[in-house]
Design a binder for this molecule. Structure first.
Ligand SMILES: C[S@@+](CC[C@H](N)C(=O)[O-])C[C@H]1O[C@@H](n2cnc3c(N)ncnc32)[C@H](O)[C@@H]1O
Length: 174
């Protein structure tokens, strides 16, 4: 029997949690990009003592507890104030108008020793939605071109998971 889209999405959320776990330390500033209604970030903030910021062009802005949701496109995250210990995106990268520009904008607000985590459907998966998904190599290459060093790149049944860090530590971070 084939899996439902719900099961497939749940699997993606579990993979994201696993990949994010090392980042979810006390007080860490965590940015979710393409956060939808912010529910995934809310669950992280309920389980870990983080400060969460979520952005999505179509989110209803709200600041509640440890989560601050803002209406903003991925390609404009460099407009956010402060720096983030972890920047992540779940099942949203393939929606972004310009993923390379998003990666570069994210670099501008990345803290020292920060991580970027990308979880998305992998190329060729049938989600029932007529969308084109990236290959693992495409995501890794785009991150490399944008100035990141890929630390881990792997595929699961339906998803790809990539963790990277800024390739160069900037003077302002020292
Ligand atoms: C499939 S939903 C995933 C939402 C959420 N991450 C989740 O896993 O439930 C894709 C999201 O990407 C958002 N999106 C589309 N274009 C975007 C952009 N340029 N910048 C940020 N988010 C964008 C959509 O508004 C939508 O909420």
């Amino acid at each position: 029997m084939s899996a439902s889209l719900h099961e497939m999405s749940e699997r993606g959320a579990r993979l994201a949690r696993e990949a994010l776990k090392p980042c979810l330390t006390s007080g860490a500033r965590i940015l979710e990009v393409g956060c939808g209604d912010g529910s995934f970030l809310q669950t992280l903030a309920a389980d870990y003592p983080i400060q969460g910021v979520g952005v999505d062009p179509w989110v209803r802005p709200v600041k509640s507890g440890a989560v601050d949701l803002r209406a903003l496109a991925a390609e404009a995250v460099d407009r956010l104030e402060g720096r983030f210990d972890c920047i992540f995106t779940v099942m949203s990268l393939h929606h972004f108008a310009d993923p390379g520009r998003f990666f570069r904008a994210a670099l501008a607000v990345a803290a020292r020793r920060s991580r970027i985590v990308v979880v998305d459907w992998k190329h060729g998966v049938d989600t029932g939605v007529p969308e084109r998904y990236f290959t693992l190599d495409e995501v890794s290459a785009r991150l490399g071109h944008a100035g990141y060093q890929v630390l881990e790149a792997r595929e699961d049944t339906w998803h790809l998971v990539v963790t990277a860090q800024p390739a160069v530590q900037r003077v302002g971070w020292l």
